[in-house]
Design a protein around this ligand. Structure first.
Ligand code: SF4
Ligand code: SF4
Length: 186
């Protein structure tokens, strides 16, 4: 999915996203990876520290923490655990100590229309509009898929059949891309 934010910076600096960074890796796992030379893990640890317990994360925004963990289980399976981290470069007034050098992860937040965002995040309206556009696009894709299925039944040559089967696969993949977000019901 594309980044949905363009150049707009409407962040209200509530600081919640900097205090609740989710990862599928525990602190011990990240440290072990970093020791083995994994650059992603070591870069992550340069910025983020683990919350002592899930309760500390829940105190910041219970809905956000629960929704993020639930979505990750839906996307990656029931065994997937989500751990929450906070950034060591966040000032008390929620400004960023390293703003000009902040990583892409921060510059591109929220990453896509389905990113779970903290309550009252200024991007909610944007994401809502972006999600509606994606739903429209998926509905149109479903309509076209039905037309392809009808055309497929009437085709006369193996080449034609192959063409429609390939198209069908492509359209099904497009719909499946949003399955974790409920595309089968749109
Ligand atoms: S680097 Fe700055 S913008 Fe990124 S999480 Fe830390 S405080 Fe927030
Ligand atoms: S949660 Fe939203 S409004 Fe709050 S700091 Fe992050 S991007 Fe800005």
């Amino acid at each position: 999915m594309d980044n949905v934010l363009g150049e707009k910076d409407i962040c209200s600096r509530c600081g919640k996203c900097c205090r609740l960074l989710p990862s599928g890796k525990s602190y011990a796992e990240l440290c072990s990876l970093a020791e083995k030379g994994d650059k992603t893990a070591s870069n992550f640890l340069k910025l983020f520290l683990p919350h002592k317990s899930i309760d500390d994360a829940l105190l910041i925004d219970e809905n956000y923490v629960k929704q993020t963990a639930a979505l990750n289980k839906k996307k990656f399976g029931n065994d997937y655990e989500t751990y929450f981290y906070y950034c060591r470069y966040l000032n008390d007034d929620n400004t960023c100590k390293v703003y000009d050098m902040r990583p892409k992860l921060c510059k591109n937040y929220p990453k896509n229309a389905f990113t779970v965002i903290p309550e009252d995040c200024a991007y909610e309206g944007y994401l809502f509009e972006a999600r509606e556009n994606i739903k429209k696009y998926v509905r149109k894709t479903k309509e076209e898929l039905m037309e392809i299925s009808i055309l497929k039944k009437d085709c006369n040559t193996p080449n034609e059949l192959r063409k429609y089967e390939n198209l069908e696969k492509k359209y099904i993949m497009l719909i499946d891309k949003y399955r974790a977000y409920g595309s089968e019901d749109w």
